[in-house]
Ligand binder design. Structure first.
Ligand code: F6P
Length: 545
């Protein structure tokens, strides 16, 4: 083994071998047995940071496993890589870019010069412009072309230019200006646009075109459709009062007809899925106000500081990421269900899908060699309690083990009788049943007829983390998102992959453009089409008529 191989391949580290041995030794030991055998578990497997508590007592781990995972982090230089990221090193190797979403939420004056640029001054400058604009829209000082106050904001974007703003708007709705309407359009399916504009008055609508590149097919098509809608009602001159852009591409923004004075920039060191706290969050800022947005940024920053400075053995994102590696590589678990027990967090699983899967859905290492081990898990989920009445059956008794993140918000902003206690009782009940299960002897002891006993046995042993925050104020949301961001980073650093590129999504876009040409021409004769695609094109053309 050369030292280069050892540096690139985590499976060659001593800690990896140690963890494999620990996993073999734990085979057949249940989470229930682990909990019953170690009353001190709560002291060693639950941590708090930046107002977020992470209870991993229901994970299929022992303190020895956690210690070995921390050694793995050390042998993989995870913390050195973290420091490189925070200092603006080009850790996005395949795109040769810095990865600096943490700079977006650093307080003013945090001197950070990257590639010769004063990053913190740039960030504060954009934040100040966003704040002034958001205040103007909220107060009515910014008016539409016909002098009417803006009452509706439509954010057009997709992926990171949609999921963060859409998730955050829902999550922070309690803090939003209820006199305003916010809608989010992402899909190139015209229905998305048409339904989003339904009932809106162009004279009172502000459209935010959010696209890092300003080239994305879906966003640009929808932006042009919205432009036609505004121009049709108010004339060409209205564009400058009804459109603003959030982008890194001033040239294309200008070509679209948006005055660059009404463009809010960000930088190539902000990945799309890490951008909800950049100017991509303009809709969030208009909804909750600049002070609320600053609180959101402060929450992100609190978790950044924790990640940067807490000792490894109490470092939430590091530990969460290492537990994900354990589940994935040593227990062979392929999926994580995100189960927020908060209606406000109903889009959080969708948001995390992009964050986790676009980041760590990779099968080559940084050096281009194929990985010989599993990387990013599949993430999905729905808010509880709704999921309980839908897919939890499989979580409890299916043949696939799914790790679960149960997210609890302790205080409701909408107290209604004792419904909040009901909600949390359900969250904790599910965490308990998923992990501890119910044996056949226990089921039989309830007087269950013998024939039914096997059907009612709950295998348990599903690893569960319970993540709890006090309330869902903007600060807590920021801390929660940053927790997942840094957990994703940790996993990618262990696996030695580039968590910040997304080459896998490009080919599909290119092929779609080719097929679109064929559909526009009404012909399936294109020689580059593969057989099944040609047949599908023909079928579509026939059905479309
Ligand atoms: O196709 C994937 C992607 O590039 C995401 O990474 C990104 O968040 C999304 O498209 C939108 O890109 P843009 O903001 O450039 O329109």
């Amino acid at each position: 083994m050369t030292s280069n191989q050892a540096a690139a391949d985590p499976t060659l580290t001593p800690a990896w071998a140690e963890l494999a041995a620990l996993a073999a030794a734990l085979d057949g030991t249940t989470i229930r047995a682990l909990c019953e055998g170690d009353p001190q578990r709560l002291d060693s497997l639950a941590w708090t940071g930046a107002g977020v508590s992470l209870d991993a007592t229901r994970q299929r781990v022992t303190p020895d496993v956690v210690a070995a995972l921390l050694r793995l982090a050390q042998e993989r230089d995870v913390l050195a890589r973290r420091d490189q990221m925070l200092a603006g090193g080009h850790i996005n190797v395949t795109e040769d870019r810095a990865v600096l979403h943490t700079a977006l939420r650093a307080p003013a004056g945090s001197a950070l010069v990257v590639d010769g640029q004063d990053v913190s001054a740039d960030v504060q400058d954009v934040l100040a412009r966003m704040s002034a604009f958001a205040d103007d829209v909220r107060s009515g000082a910014w008016m539409g072309a016909s002098g009417q106050r803006i009452s509706a904001v439509v954010n057009i974007g997709i992926g990171g230019s949609d999921l963060g703003p859409a998730m955050a708007y829902l999550a922070l709705r309690h803090f939003s200006d209820r006199d305003m309407t916010f809608r989010f359009v992402s899909n190139v399916d015209p229905t998305d646009m048409v339904e989003a504009l339904h009932g809106l008055d162009p004279a009172e609508t502000l459209v935010i075109v959010a696209s890092k590149t300003f080239t994305t097919l879906e966003t640009m098509s929808n932006a042009h459709a919205a432009r036609d809608w505004v121009v049709g009602a108010l004339g060409e001159d209205a564009v400058s009062r009804h459109f603003v852009a959030v982008s890194t591409n001033a040239e294309l923004v200008e070509r679209f007809g948006i005055d660059t004075a009404n463009m809010f920039g960000f930088w190539d060191w902000v990945g799309g899925r890490y951008s909800m706290d950049s100017s991509i969050g303009l809709s969030t800022m208009i909804a909750i106000g600049p002070a609320g947005f600053r609180d959101l940024l402060a929450g992100f920053h609190a978790m950044d500081v924790h990640f940067a400075s807490a000792p490894a053995e109490a470092n939430l994102p590091l530990l969460m990421g290492l537990l994900a590696v354990w589940n994935r590589n040593f227990l062979g678990i392929q999926m994580t269900a995100v189960l927020p027990y908060s209606q406000y967090l109903s889009r959080f699983p969708a948001y995390l899908q992009q964050l986790t899967m676009e980041s760590n859905g990779k099968s080559v290492r940084l050096d281009g060699a194929p990985v010989g081990y599993d990387t990013g898990a599949v993430f999905w989920g729905e808010p509880g309690t709704n999921g309980q009445h839908s897919f939890y059956q499989l979580l409890h008794q299916g043949t696939t083990t799914v790790a679960c993140d149960v997210i609890v918000v302790a205080r409701s902003d909408n107290p209604l009788g004792d419904q909040q206690d009901m909600l949390v009782a359900n969250a904790l009940a599910q965490a308990s049943v998923l992990s501890m299960g119910r044996t056949s002897a226990e089921v039989a002891a309830d007087g269950t007829p013998a024939a039914l006993v096997p059907h009612k046995v709950m295998p348990g042993n599903r690893p569960v983390s319970v993540i709890m925050v006090e309330s869902l104020r903007p600060h807590a949301l920021g801390a929660l998102v940053a927790l997942y961001e840094h957990s994703v980073f940790t996993q990618g650093a262990v696996w030695g992959i580039d968590s910040f590129d997304q080459w896998g999504v490009e080919l599909g876009k290119k092929v779609a453009m080719g097929i679109l040409g064929d559909l526009r021409a009404g012909s399936a004769d294109d020689p580059v089409l593969d057989g099944p695609t040609r047949a599908s094109v023909e079928r579509y053309l026939a059905m479309r008529g």
